[in-house]
Design a protein around this ligand. Structure first.
Ligand SMILES: [Zn+2]
Length: 115
């Protein structure tokens, strides 16, 4: 789940594992688990997904959504790239916006932003 947590006086978004509810801080060690469906199109049933640390949390997420046969999973970075594209923010556009963002959120002393 995505939450906002005050870190050093800033409202910082964080991604929590939906199983253990601890922050996901190493994106390479996280997965997105979802229930598989044969339906497609606008009228298809919407299914929840779970963000999970790889390992025990990943296996627990699969069990919560019906087990290994009923679920699929994707690397977190792939999921985020697909999500951003589907929101109209493909990677090249995001890279352009990052420059604007960095200038806006950089500390007054020029140090890197901490959001
Ligand atoms: Zn976890």
């Amino acid at each position: 789940m995505i939450v906002v947590r005050n870190l050093e006086g800033r409202d910082a978004p964080q991604l929590l594992c939906d199983v253990c509810e601890q922050p996901i801080t190493d994106g390479n060690m996280a997965a997105v688990v979802f229930k598989r469906s044969d339906e497609s199109g606008e009228g298809a049933t919407l299914h929840p997904l779970l963000y999970a640390h790889k390992g025990v949390c990943h296996r627990t997420a699969e069990q919560r959504l019906g087990g290994d046969e009923a679920t699929g999973w994707i690397e977190l970075y792939q999921h985020l790239l697909h999500l951003l594209k589907n929101c109209g923010l493909p990677a090249p556009e995001l890279a352009r916006l990052q420059g604007e963002h960095d200038r806006k959120f950089r500390d007054e002393d020029g140090s890197e932003w901490k959001l």
